[in-house]
Design a protein around this ligand. Sequence first.
Ligand code: NDP
Length: 400
Amino acid sequence: MGKCMIIGCGGVASVAIHKCCQNSEVFEGIMIASRTKSKCDALKEKLQPTTKTVIETAQVNADNVDELIALIESYRPDVVLNLALPYQDLTIMDACLATGTHYVDTANYEPLDTAKFEYKWQWAYRERFEKAGITALLGSGFDPGVTGVFSAYAMKHHFDEINYIDILDCNGGDHGYPFATNFNPEINIREVSAKGSYIENGKWIETEPMEIKRVYNFKDVGEKDMYLLHHEELESLALNIKGIKRIRFFMTFGQSYLTHLKCLENVGMTSIEPIMYEGREIVPLQFLKAVLPDPASLGPRTVGKTNIGCIFRGKKDGNDKSYYLYNICDHQECYKEVGSQAISYTTGVPAMIGAMMIMTGKWNKAGVYNIEEFDPDPFMEALNKWGLPWEEDFDPVLVE
Ligand code: NDP
């Protein structure tokens, strides 16, 4: 069917690449292009004997638009799948515009110097993508990603209007360490120590970090404490789903994780201000990252499940209605299949599916779009087929 260029070769990219290779009918060729080429070559060596997909590799600095343009022109992919870091979104979009190539990512742009992620920078590309006749699909991971597809599906099949959405992200996995992070510790700790926020009646309401706590009993995981966090898809869903009055995002954290984090914060280990140590400048948080377990090493030892989904409340035919859509994913099953734990798996699978939607022409409109702006049905079907089956509950316990 076509060719896809994947930029980045980290945790999420590795899963997406495994999945493209399982789906050679659509992904006839892929190019893995990243900063460290040896990682791309190692993955090619592992996967090429197992697949008909023709794998090529390249070194690229995705901060450099000219380098990206040259590489895209030499490979001529149908779509570029950006699985590097959010800092590279705009340079990769620029290169896609210059070469007339479709674009897909999983996280919105964040400037290096301010930890504030929002869509305004990428939405500013709308007219240029429209004029160029190409698509930018924003946020094709799990959250954002599947949560947007779930919302569009609920809207299309179950509601006339959706008034309340609660996104619940539960990781019931246990890696056996007293303290470790499932992804990049620097980004993880910055995210959870930031202020929380949610949208009510069209306005952002800010909370102190971890100020709002709820307890929820998740299917196949059990009862967990969850905390309200700021999350990027709140911004687009509040605009794109009809009738929204309030939308919130909750993530589970265990008591041990929070106690360790508080202690590290209290002694200054999570600070990003450089300090002098034995004549050398060091950043405490970066030093902390160096002593914590590498997230990639958690795969073989993480057991348990994730349960991520959305609870919708609204109206259908004049009646009140509630509806819960979620996916349960098993860490060890993921590790057996693709050598990664469920956090990378639940992001890498939808990234592959997003690229597939564009390559097969199932999603075909020029411009810059969030994922909930497309027809959810083919994506929902693909989730069932490619490893993230969803379940539904028409009488869910609600979050107060
Ligand atoms: P990793 O840190 O594991 O991987 C990032 C990859 O990008 C690395 O291979 C890195 O190269 C490469 N890279 C970084 N900078 C550049 C550059 N300038 N040029 C070329 N390559 C570069 O991250 P993850 O795989 O965990 O995350 C990938 C993306 O997925 C992130 O944007 C993250 O925010 C997003 N994400 C989205 C989720 C969702 O549900 N929507 C959930 C989790 C993540 P090197 O190997 O040299 O370091």
